[in-house]
Design a binder for this molecule. Sequence first.
Ligand code: SAM
Length: 284
Amino acid sequence: MSLLGPVEVRALAEKLNIRPTKKLGQNFVIDGGTVRRIVRAAEVTGEDVAIEIGPGLGSLTLALLPEVAKVVAVEIDPVLAGQLPLTATDMAPEHAGRLTVVHADALRVGPADLGAAPTVLVANLPYNVSVPVVLHLLAVLPSLRRGLVMVQAEVADRLAARPGSKIYGVPSVKAAWYADVRRAGPVGRNVFWPAPNVDSGLVSLVRRDPPKTSATREEVFKVIDAAFAQRRKTLRAALATWAGTAAAAEESLVKAGVDPSTRGEQLGVEDFARIAEHRASEHR
Ligand code: SAM
């Protein structure tokens, strides 16, 4: 399998006149060992349709192509999106037919844009939008069963955090609505060009059934946002605006079996679902 190393990445960037931008989180992997590790950790099979967000110059794409039935790569940068099929034909001619490149913003794609129903997300995500991208794809692509993503180390910790930990917050609870989330190992900064000034981490996601509740996901997510907007406050106070008054918040919490004097960081996603359900029934 031919992969992109430091020499190939720089040569391609120079040929395309690409100056990696921070705004688009353009840090390209120059280490074959890292992309092989990502593909291994993703546990893909020959039946999988992989969606890759931000393929960039194709470092990860080239490692994925031989291992899956199809790769749908969504890239926002028109120059990179235009080059990728050429790179695949050049470096992996026997597998290039499996690649579909979609020139789009990952935050706006839906099933109709992709031409296939992805079963697995494998991506070195653009760091400034990594959490919204993961949540968006899990929401709009029901076919997605698993994911293995590389994100900033701190974001990996947050996504996988459990109730009661200091870094547990909105990304942790919302991700838990969709998936069992675990850290899958650290990645140093020197596997990238240009090297970012933070370390990275791998995160594995396995789709789970959402909590059973009569509230909608939007209703539950509103409670989560409200609880963490003032995370130092008790839930009785933090949910006052959401419920109308502190007394109404207290009533919803008690009905949901949650102590009104605890804080959001102590609750699991099922608790938030129950709180939303109790408010919803009162307001209907
Ligand atoms: N996968 C490549 C690699 O490992 O070398 C590149 C990863 S780089 C961290 C992130 C990539 O995401 C860049 O190619 C960037 O242009 C692209 N990108 C940034 N924002 C995006 C968005 N909203 N939708 C799709 N692609 C995006």
